[in-house]
Design a protein around this ligand. Structure first.
Ligand code: GLA
Ligand code: ZN
Length: 645
């Protein structure tokens, strides 16, 4: 990892390729703004390859070299996210087919088929030519593969690839039928050839089929990515790679990429200044994603995109108020980013992102507020270089598992409105952060070694024998927090015959009897048996549990389960476990974690509301998301101030 912050933007100069003056001005303005790195070539395919096999990289080379002469490096992108029209005309197989079986026509971006051998070959050829053009060029730091991978295609080629995926997995159709529980509703398949992807026009109620389709789509995106990596490695074996992720995008399990990217990166576009919502809420939900992306490789990541002022695609594209650019960018830094990159450098005059925020506005005004704030942050990041390569440490993990999320989305009942997985995970995450705890995000395949606390919210699907790992973890002294709706189905989404949470009823000292889903605005009162825990209310789900060895921290105080346990605690060998039978209020989660967390996990035990602390290396980073001065134990924080100690 570099020992300074990458600071820059997506740079798309093909928009003003003929305007030497603007190109020169770009470099001058970049230097003024302390920019040291740009991402280039993301959308340059139709500029570079106007005819199949005829590549003209001269423009891109000039830009890269001119920038480098002025100390600005390049993250070089492959262009597979947006293709030229000639290619779609010549090779119709590359166009995507939607879930209704309709073939899409050329347009937008990201609308390719991820299986099409023709598309893969054309991308491969371009990528190879790109790598040849830039091999040995010191300006290139990293390859940026495609852009926000997001393919899902239902064409005959993808159907065939899906069947191959299933054949490899199940070997026989009998195995598949068993895993998919096909006998019910007469769903048995008699040959792999009969299998079609899920569709609103056809099969849309076979859990196993839908789950395996989701696995296939994620796998096929990774496979597509790997094909691109391979093309570049054929030319340059030392090349380094990333691909820009998007929050926890539903189609792709980002954890599956961990061994195939050199650095994780993501595009961060929260909406600040929401109407009637504290900035601290946005800060916490955004921090969760920073921590998730950090956790993919457990090392510093790149914030590949963010807007310097506003987007053009939110319902109301609020501007960042003065100071928010710095606060939000340093929030990424606090959570382990080693870059601050914007989308985009210069605002487009036309086209779809004409009014999306950019560092340089339509008037090229270097006195505009956005430009000045970008420049000021550039200066500041130079003084903070020592932080860039530093790692974070955490002894507390939250499990966020993509496959579990898919399973919850697919399953019918008990609540179909919103399963609430994200909300449950983030509620625990927020309470931990409010208590000054660094959090790692793990999926079910991860090792739990080195962690003191594991929080596993709504882990409906137990896969990879996670219950065995969790039992070991508690037995050896770990603290486990688990919630309602956990340990119910196996990897095929078939229910366990054992009591739930499967394999952990002794560890938790409870077993689940039933679950009562609540209406969106329905709540049930809860009383607490301990002074240090507030009364609260149940929402979303009320699970009825029966204790064996567990004791109650809080009880339901309403409905037919009045007097039954809402939150329990248990001791198991050297460790302890807690179980939330329902979703509670944020004040309860906060007080709960304050009580159960080992002190050594809390970076600060007396954090003021709206103030968060993170640690990189030995540096504590405090951020005040309040719009007012805050007095902490030994120092004060101005509104939206970041303090590094
Ligand atoms: C995404 C894309 C960018 C741009 C931004 C706008 O993150 O990767 O190309 O369209 O959105 O917010
Ligand atoms: Zn396809």
């Amino acid at each position: 990892m570099q020992n300074y912050f990458l600071y820059g933007a997506d740079y798309n100069p093909e928009q003003w390729i003929e305007d030497e003056k603007v190109l020169k001005e770009d470099i001058a303005l970049m230097k003024e703004a302390h920019i040291n790195c740009v991402s280039l070539g993301i959308f340059a395919w139709s500029t570079i390859e106007k005819e199949e096999g005829i590549y003209d990289f001269s423009f891109l080379k000039n830009v890269v070299n001119n920038l480098y002469q002025e100390g600005i490096s390049t993250i070089l992108a492959t262009p597979s996210g947006a293709r030229p029209s000639w290619l779609a005309k010549k090779y119709p197989s590359i166009l995507r087919t939607n879930e209704r079986g309709e073939k899409e026509s050329f347009g937008g971006r990201h609308n390719h088929c991820f299986t099409s051998a023709e598309y893969r070959r054309l991308v491969h050829d371009y990528d190879k030519a790109l790598a040849l053009a830039f091999k040995g060029n010191k300006a290139i730091l990293l390859y940026h593969i495609s852009n926000e991978l997001q393919a899902e295609c239902f064409c005959p080629l993808c159907q065939e690839a899906f069947r191959t995926f299933l054949k490899n997995k199940y070997k026989s159709i009998e195995n598949l039928n068993k895993a998919w529980y096909s006998a019910f509703w007469s769903k048995d398949y008699f040959s792999f050839e009969d299998i079609l992807p899920p569709s609103p026009l056809g099969e849309n109620s076979n859990n196993g089929l839908t789950l395996d389709w989701k696995r296939f789509v994620s796998y096929q995106n990774l496979d597509f990515y790997l094909d691109e990596v391979k093309a570049i490695k054929e030319v340059d074996n030392n090349a380094k790679f990333t691909t820009n992720f998007m929050y926890f995008f539903p189609l792709i399990n980002y954890f599956d990429f961990k061994d195939y990217i050199d650095v994780a990166s993501w595009d961060n576009y929260p909406l600040w200044h929401k109407y009637k919502q504290e900035e601290s809420e946005t800060a916490l939900s955004t921090s969760f994603f920073h921590d998730l992306i950090y956790s993919v490789k457990n090392k510093p990541f790149l914030m590949m995109e963010s807007t310097p002022d506003q987007t053009n695609w939110q319902d109301i594209c609020k501007l960042k108020k003065p100071g928010m650019l710095e606060l939000s960018s340093l929030n990424a830094v606090a959570h382990g980013s080693c870059s601050v990159q914007y989308f985009q450098w210069r605002k487009s005059l036309g086209g779809p992102e004409q009014f999306h925020g950019a560092v340089v506005n339509h008037q090229s005004d270097n006195k505009a507020r956005t430009f000045l704030e970008v420049k000021q942050l550039g200066q500041k990041l130079e003084t903070l270089s020592y932080l860039a390569p530093l790692k974070k440490e955490s002894k507390c993990a939250i499990i966020y598992d993509w496959e579990n999320r898919w399973a919850l989305d697919i399953s019918k009942g008990p609540r179909n409105a919103d399963k609430g997985y994200h909300q449950e995970v983030v509620s625990h995450y927020k309470a931990l952060r409010e208590n000054g705890v660094e959090v790692t995000v793990l999926d079910s395949t991860a090792s739990f070694e080195g962690f003191k606390v594991i929080v596993a919210p709504m882990l409906f699907m137990f896969r990879k024998k996670i219950e065995v790992k969790l039992e070991e973890f508690v037995k050896n002294g770990g603290i486990l927090v688990m919630t309602y709706h956990s340990g119910i189905v196996d990897e095929n989404m078939n229910a366990f015959r054992e009591y739930n949470p499967k394999g952990l009823t002794d560890v938790l000292g409870i077993r689940r009897e039933e679950i009562d889903p609540l209406y969106d605005d329905e709540t049930k009162h809860i009383i607490s048996l301990r002074e240090d825990l507030p009364g609260t209310s149940a929402s979303l789900y009320s699970e009825v549990i029966t204790p064996s060895t567990a004791t109650a921290l809080s009880l339901y105080d309403e409905d037919y389960y009045k007097g039954r346990i809402a939150v329990s605690q248990n001791t198991y060998f050297k460790g302890s476990s807690y179980y939330f039978a329902t979703h509670v209020t944020s004040s309860y989660y906060k007080a709960f974690y304050k009580n159960i967390l080992p002190e050594e996990l809390m970076l600060d035990m007396k954090l003021e509301e709206g103030v968060f602390v993170s640690k990189r290396g030995n540096n504590l980073i405090y951020q005040n998301f309040n719009d007012k001065d805050v007095r902490c134990s030994s120092f004060g924080l101005k509104p939206w101030e970041t303090l590094i100690l």
